[in-house]
Design a binder for this molecule. Structure first.
Ligand SMILES: *Cc1c(COP(=O)(O)O)cnc(C)c1O
Length: 432
């Protein structure tokens, strides 16, 4: 099929995510990905684009890592799928053992699902059902952070604090409490105070506090002081409310250590992982929980967690996820990424000096800045930077006026430097 035909069929039939489709059909010349490897996407037309956001933050080891492709093929030859219903298989069992070994202490049980949204959905349902059958049935609500993003199902939309994603479902989603993030005016102190106030007033009705630890990705790579997590942990302990950390984006070294929770040294009750968990290759996720929560589902059969997806524990995903952990260990991915993270931070600090840039921030393999001018998710300046970057060989999808990079942790230094140069040139051109 030639490139034009692919685009024509796409525009006729495919409904794209997060996309005003009329504008897409009229104005957008989509990248037609023919192949992908390392940090790059290759268009049908032969051009190469550095994938600055690792395809929506998933390809932490780059595209088509040869070891992951080999693991996928080997597993495909044995068993592509069998359900975890009265059955199991080696990849699911070994992966559970390994992920618990690298997770924060105390997380001893693994529930598999399909993506980040379902990983968090499982966390919410575990908390609700735990309290329902362990003496606190009134605990039916959650506390989340303003600007939070936890995915797309209705359950997690109800703890989502990004207005543009939540507004269409107002009234249909569960009502919860939102507290200020420590990134907002005043920082740590007022945020802790607000959380303490909700917990003191409402703990009888609260199942859990849910946070994106240290970095709120979808609200524009907003970063906050890890001390907040220690305060949240202490407050949750004091009121015996669960702390659920959504490490879907921050996990697997995206923010530096394996888990962003490690910045604060906290032990969550539930940890949700996806995206990097499967090397960005397959939709596969996991929700880890403590023995206390697991044990709260034992006893009568009607206390069991009656929840599961068709592809729960999918062998292909599990085999790839296992290989991801082996690569992290054998290739010392987190250590290798440290000097790259420093390069990103230095580059964004320098970008912060540009007249068109209002604010910059960096942590781990994340660099972000706000373009000066109009605010919000639907702002347009970021898209002008996107166009400039694309012409220069990078896919630099913005979030409103936030321009950011989240490249693979193992991106080659020369490619990273090229990407950072493109970011600079593109911003300079747009804001000149
Ligand atoms: C992306 C993301 C999700 C949702 O993951 P999907 O795989 O897109 O469903 C949930 N939480 C956080 C923090 C995310 O960044």
């Amino acid at each position: 099929m030639d490139r034009d035909r692919i685009v024509a069929l796409d525009k006729q039939r495919v409904w794209h995510p997060y996309t005003p489709m009329d504008r897409y059909r009229a104005e957008v010349d989509p990248i037609v990905v023919e192949s992908a490897s390392g940090a790059s996407l290759f268009d049908r037309d032969g051009s190469e684009l550095i994938d600055a956001n690792s395809s929506w933050w998933v390809a932490s080891l780059g595209h088509n890592h040869p070891r992951l492709v080999a693991a996928l093929k080997a597993q495909a030859d044995r068993n592509c799928h069998s359900a975890l219903a009265g059955m199991t298989h080696e990849p699911a069992a070994e992966l559970a053992e390994r992920i618990c070994a690298v997770a924060p202490e105390g997380l001893d049980h693994v529930f598999y699902s399909d993506d980040g949204s379902t990983a968090v959905e499982v966390g919410l349902k575990l908390a609700l059902q735990y309290w329902a059958q362990n003496g606190r049935p009134a605990r039916k609500h959650f506390v989340a952070l303003q600007g939070a993003f936890h995915g797309e199902t209705l359950g997690v939309t109800s703890i989502g604090g990004v207005d543009v994603f939540r507004a269409p479902f107002q009234g249909a989603v569960l009502e919860n409490w939102f507290v200020p993030t420590p990134t907002q005016a005043g920082g740590l102190e007022p945020a802790v105070k607000a959380l303490r106030a909700v917990l003191e007033a409402e703990s009888d009705r609260l199942a859990a506090v849910v946070v994106e630890p240290v970095v709120q990705g979808a609200s524009g790579m907003q970063m906050y002081d890890p001390a907040y997590l220690r305060e949240a942990r202490a407050l949750c302990d004091a009121h015996d409310v669960f702390l659920i950390v959504d490490e879907v984006f921050t996990g697997y070294g995206r923010s530096g250590p394996m888990w962003a929770s490690e910045h604060a040294g906290i032990r969550p009750d539930v940890l949700c992982t996806a995206k990097g968990f499967c090397g960005g290759m397959l939709p596969m996720a996991a929700t880890l929980s403590t023995a206390r929560i697991f044990d709260g589902f034992l006893g009568d059969p009607d206390r069991a967690f009656y929840y599961g997806h068709s592809f729960c524990g999918n062998p292909l995903g599990a085999a790839v996820a296992l290989e991801v952990l082996r690569i992290y260990e054998e290739e010392r991915i987190l250590e290798q990424a440290k000097p790259k993270a420093e390069r990103i931070a230095a580059a964004f600090e320098a970008l912060g000096e540009l007249p068109g840039v209002a604010r910059w921030r960096a942590r781990g393999m994340i660099g972000a800045l706000d373009l000066a001018g109009d605010d919000g998710y639907l702002a347009q300046a970021g898209w002008r930077v996107y166009d400039e970057a694309r012409a220069r060989g990078a896919y630099l999808r913005p979030m409103g006026n936030v321009v950011y990079v989240t490249p693979p942790l193992n991106i080659e230094d020369a490619v990273l430097d090229r990407l950072l140069d493109i970011v600079r040139d593109s911003i300079e051109t747009v804001t000149r």
